[in-house]
Design a protein around this ligand. Structure first.
Ligand SMILES: [Ca+2]
Ligand SMILES: [Ca+2]
Length: 81
């Protein structure tokens, strides 16, 4: 973008607000993912069926995939875009 920067530009304010909002969203999505994992692991222990207990150790293998996807919500703070 070769747009010239101006003082007190409302368009720039909107841009910053959007970035901040996306960052909050990104953090929220990550927290939600962690919460769901804790909930699933707790439930697997509590439930009578042994099948879910066998699956849970593999749950963390989703981390790189899910967290990478979540990181894309706000690309502005990513090292590699
Ligand atoms: Ca179980
Ligand atoms: Ca990000």
């Amino acid at each position: 973008m070769s747009e010239e920067k101006k003082a007190y530009d409302l368009k720039r304010l909107a841009e910053i607000a959007k970035e901040q909002g996306l960052e909050v969203l990104e953090d929220g999505a990550e927290s939600l993912y962690v919460a769901v994992k804790i909930w699933l692991k707790e439930s697997a222990v509590l439930s009578a069926t042994p099948v879910d207990d066998l699956v849970m150790p593999f749950l963390d293998q989703l981390d790189p995939i899910v967290l990478k996807a979540v990181d894309k919500i706000n690309p502005a703070d990513n090292e590699v875009q």
